[in-house]
Design a protein around this ligand. Structure first.
Ligand code: ATP
Length: 307
């Protein structure tokens, strides 16, 4: 019997969800350039899967849904997954090795934090592949260094985000909420939307608007209350940069959605619906190139396969 020269490759797949912001209160830019936020995140059932495998070098590939322009995702070393791997490897003094592939369904540059989801998935998957056993506390700290939305992508569910959004804590949410999400072919740059917010609101308060109305609606589990409470301080800036989104929101509401809004920095617009059937009806009435239906809250980055 010959010795086994190459042991079977170990493969790990981690799934991470898109986020929407049910409340996004934005304050005036801080001295470090970041804007203070009071935000309520919700993870919705629209996912990227990240698969990592043992390999003698580092490699990253992408398999994108047909509605995603794959060339918009950098594979030249500038992907947030490369940065996540670098940080985790440096934290443990390990070499950065592995073959990583992203199966992407979260629209790119859409305000849905797809990059942040991939970064969170990379931390969880590579931690497992490398047997690094990083504590939850350290994973959250590494996530916060990668981006303001990355800690939430680890946590999932529905959570309050403060600081620049990186300090997250779960909130009471009694609902299963149905959303129609309409991404744009053209993305919007998050820094550009924040710059436009600064120009539009030079007197923005230092303390962002509190999320009490949304938190109350979530605790009550009442879609009509939530529809009335949804709030996004970045919406005027996004609409100013992309006036076509105003028409889209009006079309979704005319199709019966309880409420439509720009999510995060946009340009994705989300429409709250009363049930799964209602969401499917609203989606069918919108004849945009890409219309997605998802419910929330769903889990944060989690293992779906380990071989
Ligand atoms: P954010 O609000 O965090 O900037 P977003 O949801 O609007 O994010 P992302 O899909 O995260 O947008 O992409 C923002 C930019 O990040 C893209 O234009 C792309 O160039 C770059 N990027 C780097 N890594 C990734 C990744 N894994 N997936 C998507 N985009 C990535």
């Amino acid at each position: 019997m010959t010795a086994q020269l190459f042991p079977p490759a170990r493969t790990t797949t981690v799934r991470a969800a898109a986020k929407i912001n049910l409340h996004l209160g934005v304050g005036a830019a801080r001295a470090d350039g970041f804007h203070p936020l009071h935000t309520v995140y919700q993870a919705i059932g629209l996912y990227d899967d990240l698969t990592v495998e043992d390999a003698p070098t580092w490699g990253l590939t992408l398999d994108a849904a047909d509605y995603i322009e794959a060339t918009h995702v950098p594979l030249d070393g500038a992907n947030i997954v490369d940065r996540a791997a670098d940080l985790l490897a440096a934290h443990h003094g390990l070499p950065r090795l592995g073959a990583v592939s992203i199966a992407k369904e979260i629209p790119v540059a859409g305000g849905l934090a797809g990059g942040s989801a991939d970064a969170a998935a990379a931390l969880v998957a590579l931690d497992r592949l490398w047997g690094a056993e990083t504590s939850d506390e350290d994973l959250l700290a590494l996530a916060a260094r990668l981006g303001s939305d990355v800690p939430f992508a680890l946590l999932g569910g529905t959570a309050l985000g403060t600081g620049r959004g990186e300090r997250v804590s779960p909130v009471a949410d009694r609902g299963t909420w149905w959303w129609v999400a309409v991404p744009s072919v053209e993305g919007l740059s998050t820094p550009a939307v924040y710059r436009h917010f600064d120009a539009l609101f030079p007197d923005a308060p230092a303390t962002p608007a509190p999320a009490d109305a949304v938190l109350g609606a979530l605790a009550a589990g009442d879609p009509m209350l939530l529809a009335a409470a949804l709030h996004n301080d970045l919406e005027p800036a996004a609409l100013d940069l992309r006036p076509d989104l105003e028409t889209l929101i009006a079309r979704g509401e005319a199709a019966g959605a309880l409420r439509g809004m720009v999510t995060g920095s946009g340009p994705t617009c989300v429409f709250l619906c009363a049930s799964a059937d209602h969401a499917r009806d609203v989606a069918a009435a919108l004849d945009d190139p890409v219309v997605l239906v998802a419910n929330g809250p769903v889990a944060g980055a989690h293992l779906v396969e380990y071989v």
